[in-house]
Ligand binder design. Structure first.
Ligand code: ATP
Ligand code: MG
Length: 431
């Protein structure tokens, strides 16, 4: 049978047997950000196009080339979110969260959409975990932000990830720096890619973020922002480093990091690895003190980061980090006859209410085939229920690995007794 269609290029399915890996990393991200006082925000998958045009910035790759934008039947231009920051900032403004006390601290999991050339670590639909903090200028907030990301990576067991840190200053120090960049790149106009040529006047810092190998090489010799920071920005940058040192967070200063949003100011950072090929940035973030004003709010210094979930999973694979699968069936009840099916249904409900995974036959297999299935799904225990067991009101639960059998009453003590057995055996197996 021919399928009528397949998934869209650059998208991935997460199948039931893989989803525990996603849940594992998401749980750690939730726990770590929670420990720092961040609460989850959920915003729509699409927004008015102008939000991203302004929020992400007209001169960015994302806005110039990568957005999924379409007109609705009502004639409005809407865009599938290419990132999570703009939507969160819009929600903060729309609900006047600044009146509820500062800082506002939000975390999010979002699917993002960017029309990019699909390759390893670069998809058209991908997923991010991120946090945002609004209403603080303090370098402590910058350091805390970085610590959240570092704690997540540490708890996931990832190694060989470098934290690259930079400050891109405020609009004042940036003006001088931009002129220095225009002067520098102006000498190489004939070597620049067409996109960079068009950015040279409007936003020359974007040239440092160009993916074309020639431009990347040119960028290496460009003037360094760190030589152009004003006193306040320089102090802020030093303070951020002081707090990171105090928390024992290791970093390298990389003056070429500028990040993909137009409204970044001061601190910018990336966590980068060499173990998954060219798309090695697993997390990027920084301060964007101008964003909220740009979106129509008052001046509210803010900062955030986003982590690519697919890339994190790639690093875990590349580094051979095993994720424990919690989705193993603990009890499979095989049944013979209608009465057994009904009894099994009652026992399963009891067991499931204890949070234990339990299953039975729902496709009408014979006993042998049911046992084969129990084996296939890796059930830890099996139990056969037939007329005899029901008559005696007891049955044997078999440990599928050791073959050991334990008799349990089929009454309302069943779930409790089974839980104890399951727990004791788990401990014995070191699970
Ligand atoms: P890159 O330099 O790799 O294009 P970016 O600067 O566009 O990244 P951000 O907008 O900062 O990325 O997004 C944060 C994180 O989201 C990235 O560090 C990366 O881990 C992930 N990410 C970004 N784009 C993609 C994509 N197309 N596919 C998968 N993950 C992505
Ligand atoms: Mg990109």
């Amino acid at each position: 049978m021919a399928l009528i269609t397949k998934k869209i290029k650059g998208t991935e399915d997460v199948l039931p047997k893989q989803s525990y890996r996603w849940q594992f990393i998401e749980n750690i991200m939730r726990e770590e950000s929670r420990a720092y006082g961040f609460k989850e925000i959920r915003t729509p998958v699409f927004e008015h196009t102008e939000l991203f045009a302004r929020g992400v910035g007209q001169t960015t790759d994302v806005v110039q080339k990568e957005m999924y934008t379409f007109d609705t039947k009502g004639g409005e231009s809407v865009t599938l979110r290419p990132e999570g920051t703009a939507g969160a900032a819009r929600a903060v403004l729309e609900h006047s969260l600044e009146n509820e006390g500062l800082p506002i601290k939000a975390s999010y999991f979002v699917s993002c959409y960017r029309y990019e050339k699909p390759q390893a670590g670069r998809l058209r639909e991908f997923h991010q975990f991120g946090i945002e903090e609004y209403g603080t200028q303090s370098p402590i907030a910058d350091a805390e932000m970085i610590c959240v990301a570092q704690s997540v990576l540490d708890r996931l067991g990832l190694t060989d990830i470098r934290l690259e840190l930079n400050s891109i200053g405020c609009p004042e120090c940036r003006a001088k720096y931009n002129q220095a960049l225009r002067d520098y790149f102006g000498e190489y106009k004939d070597q620049l890619c067409s996109t960079c040529l068009s950015r040279l006047e409007k936003n020359p810092m974007r040239l440092l973020d160009c993916k074309s190998p020639e431009d990347h090489k040119l960028a290496e010799g460009a003037p360094k922002i760190t030589d152009y920071l004003c006193e306040e920005c320089e102090n802020h940058f030093k303070e951020v480093q002081r707090y990171l040192d105090s928390a024992g967070v290791k970093y390298v200063i990389n003056p070429t990091i500028v990040r993909g949003l137009d409204y970044y100011t001061k601190t910018v950072f990336e966590f980068v690895t060499d173990c998954i090929g060219a798309q090695g940035t697993v997390c990027g973030g920084g301060r964007y003190d101008g964003l909220i004003e740009e979106l129509g709010g008052k001046h509210l210094p803010s900062l955030g980061f986003a982590m690519g979930l697919e890339r994190i999973l790639m690093v875990m694979d590349a580094q051979g980090i095993e994720i424990p699968c919690p989705d193993i069936c603990a009890l499979y009840i095989a049944t013979m006859g209608d009465d057994a099916k009904v009894k099994a249904f009652n026992l399963l409900k009891q067991v499931r209410e204890c949070g234990i995974i339990a299953e039975t036959d729902v496709v009408g297999r014979g006993l042998r085939a049911q046992m084969k299935y129990a084996d296939k799904i890796g059930a830890k225990y099996s139990m056969v229920l037939g007329d005899n067991e029901i008559a005696e009101n007891k049955a044997k639960v078999k440990n599928m690995e050791s073959g050991e059998q334990t008799e349990l009453m089929l009454d309302d003590t069943f779930a409790e007794k089974f839980s104890v057995l399951n727990l004791t055996d788990n401990k014995a197996f070191g699970i």
